[in-house]
Ligand binder design. Sequence first.
Ligand SMILES: Cc1ncc(COP(=O)(O)O)c(C=O)c1O
Length: 378
Amino acid sequence: MEKDILAFIKNQFDGEDFIPLHSPIFRGNEKKYLEECIDSTYVSSIGSFVDKFEKLMDDITQTNSTTAVVNGTAALQVGLKLVGVKENDEVITQALTFVATANSISYNNAHPIFLDVDYDTMGLSPKAVSDFLDEFGELRDDGCYNKVSGRRISACLPMHTFGFPVHLDKLIKVCNIWEIPIVEDAAESLGSLYRGMPTGSFGEVGAFSFNGNKIVTAGGGGAITTKNTFLGDRAKFLTTTAKEPHKYEFIHNEIGYNYRMPNINAALACAQIEQLPPFLESKRNLANDYRNFFAEKGIKFRTEAKGTRANYWLMCIEIENKTDYKKFLKVTNDSNVMTRPVWELMSKLPMYSHCQKDGQKNATRLKSRIINVPSGVR
Ligand SMILES: Cc1ncc(COP(=O)(O)O)c(C=O)c1O
C-alpha cells in the first residue's frame, strides 16, 4: 500500500528525488520585476511595487485598504492592536494553529484563550466560542469581560487552517452578540472563499503571510487587510514607525513599528500574485487527483466544507489508526516524500499551558490523525 502511495505522489511531481510539502515556483515576472526594482534603487520600504502589491491585494480580498508588512506575524500583531487589544486583555483563538497566532496575542501583552475547532473545517468553532462566552462572558458598557479573570475579551482570532475557511457566518453572529471584533488569521488562506467572498474580508481586519512556504511568496512578507479605511490608514501609520507626515521633520507621538514590506520583497510578491489563478487551479486539480486516489485506498482526504472554496494550500489526509498513522509518516519521510503531522495544540506548549481553555475534543482528535501531504503547484 505504501509503495503505491509513494509512487503516486512522486508521479505528481515528475519523480523528483525529494518532494517537499510546498515549495515556491517562479515562472512569471519575478526576475523582471526584481531587476526593475534594483534598477530603480528603491529597494527598501517605499516604492512602486509596494503600492502595486497593496492594490492587487485590495482586489483579491475585496477590501479597501491593504498594508504591506514584513511578515504575517507582524500583520497579526498590528491587526490585534488596530481593533483595540491592549495590555492584560484576553483574545479568543483556536487550540489547533501555528504558534504565530498565539504569539501575536502575547506581543500585545494580552492573554490567549484556547478553544476547540470544528471537525470539518479544523478552524475555530463558533459553538465552542458561544459555549465559552455563555459560561464566562459578561457584557459591560465598554465591551465583553471574562467573569472569572475579570479581564476584557477584546478580540477573537480565528485561523483558516491549511486554507479551509472557518464557519464565518456563525462566528460573526456569536461575536456580534458579545461585541467582540474579529481579526482573521488568513495567513494560509489567500484565494480561499466563504460563500463566494474572500477570507480576510470578513473580520474587522485580516492578516496574510507571504512566507516562502505559502501559496504565493514575497520571500518574507505579510499584509493587513481591512474594509475600514480609518483602520487601514492607522495600519500604515503604525507600521511606518508612527511618523507624522512632514516634509523634513521627525515627529513621532506614539510608539510605532518598523514593519513595512521592502519594495524588493513586494516586487517578488507582485510577480507571484499575478500567478495566483493558475496556482489555485493547479492545486485544485491535484486535490481532485488525491481525493480519487486516496478514496480507492480507503483513506480519507480532507475536502472543503459546504459553501466554502479552499485554496488547498496544504492538503491533508486523516488516518484514524495510531499504528498506520505513525507508519505513514515514517515511510514517506524515509523515502524523501515530505509529510507532516499537524501542530501541537497551543495549550500543550509550556509558555501557554497556564492559559484558559475548553475541552478541545475535536482539536485533540485531529492532532492525532491529520497528516499533510505534498501540496505544491505541479
Ligand atoms: C496560521 C499562521 N499564522 C501566522 C503565520 C505567520 O506568518 P509569517 O511566517 O509570515 O510570520 C503563519 C505562517 O507562517 C501561519 O501559518
